[in-house]
Design a protein around this ligand. Structure first.
Ligand SMILES: NC(=O)C1=CN([C@@H]2O[C@H](COP(=O)(O)OP(=O)(O)OC[C@H]3O[C@@H](n4cnc5c(N)ncnc54)[C@H](OP(=O)(O)O)[C@@H]3O)[C@@H](O)[C@H]2O)C=CC1
Ligand SMILES: O=C(O)CCC(=O)C(=O)O
Ligand SMILES: [Mg+2]
Length: 406
């Protein structure tokens, strides 16, 4: 057995003391935030475990760097390496808008079947925010990561393909509601029972493990009845079938009783949810939602606690153990190579990765360092511009400030 390979045995992650962890540096601001992140993670692991534990980083390629080196945007070797070593971390990758290739980020999630995009959102004291009570926000988003309109099934207006689909819809399916059939592009939104169930199951298990008060199914089921509506129905049904949930105050809300703790399963329509997270965020803990809703909600919630400079995430398949940790934000191209942006999103994704490995002591050192740097008002531009008397740090300097405060 290769001692430095993380493995999943009987559903449990086995982590050697020197695990190989593949990383993708990323495009745009990727190299800057990765440098700061690597420094912070390596220092925290060393501080927590000395020479006993150390990550063996293995660079794998995707995006612009991959194209330069191999002529491919997402080489097979990268996918194979992540499958082999199970746990990986990545920087953001560029996706052209409109035409051009499909998202490499989405491709990685789909090819590795990383069905849960897990994005915790909470406020760190001292971070400037646009709301009065950011401390009331403490949520974890479970975003379905492999289906919905992100599956990329779409046809461009004016092509023979879209004409074929249009003919099928009008002639064989009796569709009459397409307003301008000659100039319409078409996209398809697949949402399955299996896809919904594995996502909602992961959200409920997380909520029970962490003794949270509620899981909220966020959907637009009033309009998209058979996709978003079924997501809600399948979610409630799973709570009943697998967790013995029963009606709460007459239903449709459910309640799960476990070890003297009550977990409420509820639902809310997505637009109403987006105003309630600003007005009454304390009513929400764990959010389970479909892919597009989850994308919007991630950035909206991040803004409430200080912006996407401090919004971590993970893409996980709980069955295979394969996971990629990554910031919620993108490549912010205007800041490329300026050593300017906030590396906190990537660093906190590293914290999630360490927690996933069970290396809690190292994760705790990073959070302590981050809190210290923010408390001292030594911060990057995104926070500094909203604070008074703060010291403006570069991306790399902020990494060092975290290390200093560990
Ligand atoms: N998972 C991934 O790899 C993702 C990739 N993308 C891709 O990234 C590219 C750019 O997307 P775009 O829509 O501009 O979104 P970005 O998230 O890249 O940037 C939007 C704005 O967010 C702020 N921001 C982003 N990252 C940071 C940071 N680390 N610290 C501080 N502020 C930050 C900046 O705001 P300000 O201008 O106010 O300073 C920036 O201009 C696209 O190709 C997109 O497809 C997008 C999201 C996720
Ligand atoms: O892949 C992309 O370019 C965007 C993805 C995204 O916005 C997200 O996952 O939050
Ligand atoms: Mg997004």
């Amino acid at each position: 057995m290769n001692e430095s390979k993380i493995s999943l045995i009987n559903g449990k992650l086995h982590v050697p003391n020197n695990p190989v962890i593949p990383f993708i540096e990323g495009d745009g601001i990727g190299p800057d935030i990765w440098k700061a992140t690597k420094l912070v993670i390596d220092t925290a692991v060393n501080k927590a475990y000395g020479d006993y534990r150390r990550i063996k980083w293995q660079e794998v390629y995707a995006g612009e760097k991959a194209f330069e080196k191999t002529g491919e945007w997402l080489p097979e070797a990268t996918i194979n390496s992540i499958k082999k070593y199970l746990v990986a971390i990545k920087g953001p990758l560029t996706t052209p808008i409109g035409g051009g290739m499909r998202s490499l980020n989405v491709a990685l999630r789909q090819q590795l079947d990383l069905y849960a995009c897990v994005r915790p959102v909470k406020w760190y004291a001292g971070v400037p925010t646009p709301v009065k009570h950011p401390e009331r926000v403490d949520m974890v988003i479970f975003r379905e990561n492999t289906e919905d309109i992100y599956a990329g099934i779409e046809w461009l207006d004016g092509t023979p393909e879209v004409k074929k689909v249009m003919d099928f819809l009008t002639n064989e399916m009796g569709v009459t509601a397409i307003r301008f059939p000659e100039t319409t592009s078409i996209g398809i939104k697949p949402v399955s029972k299996e896809g919904t169930e594995r996502l909602v199951r992961a959200a409920i298990l997380y909520a029970l493990e962490n003794k949270k008060d509620s899981v909220t199914l966020v959907h637009k089921g009033n309009i998209m009845k058979f996709t978003e509506g079924k997501f809600k129905e399948w979610g409630y049904q799973l709570a009943k079938d697998e967790f013995s949930a029963h009606d709460y105050e007459g239903g449709p809300w459910q309640v799960i009783d476990k070890d003297g703790h009550q977990l409420i399963i509820k639902d809310v329509i997505a637009d109403a949810f987006l105003q309630q997270i600003i007005l009454r965020p304390e009513q929400y803990d764990i959010i389970a939602t479909l892919n597009l809703n989850g994308d919007y909600i991630s950035d909206a919630l991040a803004a409430i606690v200080g912006g996407i400079g401090i919004a971590p995430g993970a893409n996980i398949n709980y069955k295979t153990g394969v996971s990629i940790f990554e910031a919620t934000h993108g490549t912010a191209p205007k800041y490329k190579d300026l050593d300017k942006v906030n590396p906190s999103s990537e660093i906190l994704s590293g914290v999630m990765m360490l927690e996933y490995l069970g290396w809690q002591e190292a994760a705790d050192f990073i959070v302590k360092g981050l809190k210290g740097a923010i408390k001292n008002k030594t911060v990057t531009y995104d926070f500094e511009r909203l604070m008074t008397d703060a010291t403006l740090l570069k991306c790399s300097e902020f990494g060092k400030a975290i290390v200093k405060n560990m």
